[in-house]
Design a protein around this ligand. Structure first.
Ligand code: ZN
Length: 132
């Protein structure tokens, strides 16, 4: 397994890029809107992993709620797994609280599913399976 990306909630991706691109020197390689999750995302590779900037596209986006409560910051950690359904089934059988019991389509056409922070000591965990 490896960390696929760190999801960071921002009010505006353009504003956040002033730090991550201009000041720090990372390069945005991909942006897209994930309608299902009501977010716009920008991916910036860093080593073997990525920074994922998240901007809400609607008032009822999960990111809007996060920004209201905390004003931005690390929103989730995403771990790449080989077979997401197998991982979900295993977690469920061990009593882990899942937000998604079946995977959905995330950024870049990957399969994704979220694990509830109540079961992970307070970290919203995203499982990602790459579709190549
Ligand atoms: Zn993510």
């Amino acid at each position: 397994m490896k960390i696929d990306h760190l999801g960071i909630a921002t009010k505006e991706i353009a504003e956040a890029l002033k730090f991550w691109e201009d000041a720090l020197g990372l390069e945005k390689v991909h942006t897209e809107e994930v309608e299902d999750q009501k977010v716009r995302v920008a991916m910036l590779p860093i080593g073997e992993t990525n920074i994922e900037l998240l901007e809400p596209t609607a008032d009822d986006s999960p990111i809007s709620k996060f920004l209201e409560k905390r004003g931005g910051g690390i929103h989730h950690v995403a771990v790449e797994v080989e077979n997401i359904q197998t991982s979900l089934d295993k977690l469920k059988s061990e009593g882990t609280r899942l937000i998604d019991e079946t995977p959905r389509i995330g950024a870049d056409g990957c399969l994704v599913a979220f694990v509830h922070p109540k079961s992970t000591n307070g970290v919203l965990l995203e499982l990602v399976q790459k579709i190549s």
